[in-house]
Design a protein. Structure first.
Length: 274
């Protein structure tokens, strides 16, 4: 915002201006477009204002004290970041991005370490879902919608590698992403160990499992893990799960869309708990 105070200001440039004072008031909202904020100071202000930021793109080779201060904040708040060429940043905005573009999350993230104790305190049986690097926002949205309908207590995502939860994801979820707690953590191995230590059985849903989902008792405290359609669940997570289950298929195509597979297992759980 530019504010001009003058005791005498005229359209004729040849006439004297007796007094002119300028005051610059910075507001990062003027540097925002929908869910994007750009510029060094606007992004820093967004971080300091506790805005939930999905990702920060940084121009390769960026230098300077202000950049160092921003980068410290990004690392301090464990915000995912990526170095990219200037051309990529230019695709997001025509403004003076100064080598920095940040994506504001459409939702507020929570911590699973806070949610699990509350579930037990309320006398409920935990029903959780981990999504390992699901990259399609429409799949995330569809899964969230099914999870909310099935009564899932929280969805847990990795800090890096998954889809950005933007307005498209919220729309695909029919608003479910605003109703169900969404957690994002940098170390899912630590999360899984915490869940197991809290009496929650962690179950991988994978075609490599030897028994089917309907053969498994899903009535106790559980956390299901779903992997992406290309790589499945990371081995680092599979190897520390309590159990693994499979969905039977009789056709020639031996894989399901991840949102469909998730829905099948979620509602098998609902059926068993009714």
């Amino acid at each position: 915002m530019l504010t001009i105070h003058s005791s005498q200001l005229t359209a004729h440039s040849s006439l004297p201006i007796r007094k002119l004072s300028l005051s610059l008031h910075f507001n990062f909202h003027t540097m925002a477009t929908e869910n994007i904020i750009y510029g060094l100071r606007p992004v820093m202000e967004a971080i300091e204002s506790d805005k939930t930021i999905d990702k920060v793109l940084l121009q390769r080779g960026l230098q300077g004290e202000l950049f160092k201060e921003l980068f410290y904040q990004v690392r301090q708040h464990k915000i995912p970041f990526q170095y990219v060429p200037a051309e990529k940043l230019n695709k997001f905005t025509r403004g003076n991005h100064q080598g920095v573009v940040a994506f504001i999350s459409a939702i507020e993230y929570q911590s699973i370490f806070d949610i699990v104790p509350k579930i037990y305190e309320e006398g409920r049986v935990p029903f959780l879902l981990i999504l390992d690097k699901i990259t399609d926002v429409r799949n995330i949205g569809a899964i969230a919608r099914s999870a909310e309908c099935a009564g899932v207590d929280a969805i847990i995502l990795p800090l890096k590698g998954g889809a950005q939860l933007n307005e498209d994801a919220v729309k695909s979820s029919a608003g479910a992403l605003h109703k169900i707690p969404i957690c994002r953590h940098s170390n899912l191995v630590e999360v899984i160990d915490f869940l197991k230590g809290s009496g929650i059985e962690v179950i991988a849903v994978t075609e490599k499992a030897s028994h089917f989902h309907y053969q498994k008792d899903l009535t106790g405290p559980i956390c299901l893990i779903m992997g992406n359609e290309y790589e499945g669940i990371a081995w680092d997570y599979q190897r520390i799960c309590n159990d693994a289950i499979n969905i039977p298929m009789v056709g020639t195509i031996k894989s399901l869309n991840v949102s469909v597979a998730t829905g099948i297992v979620l509602f098998e759980t609902v059926k068993q708990r009714l």
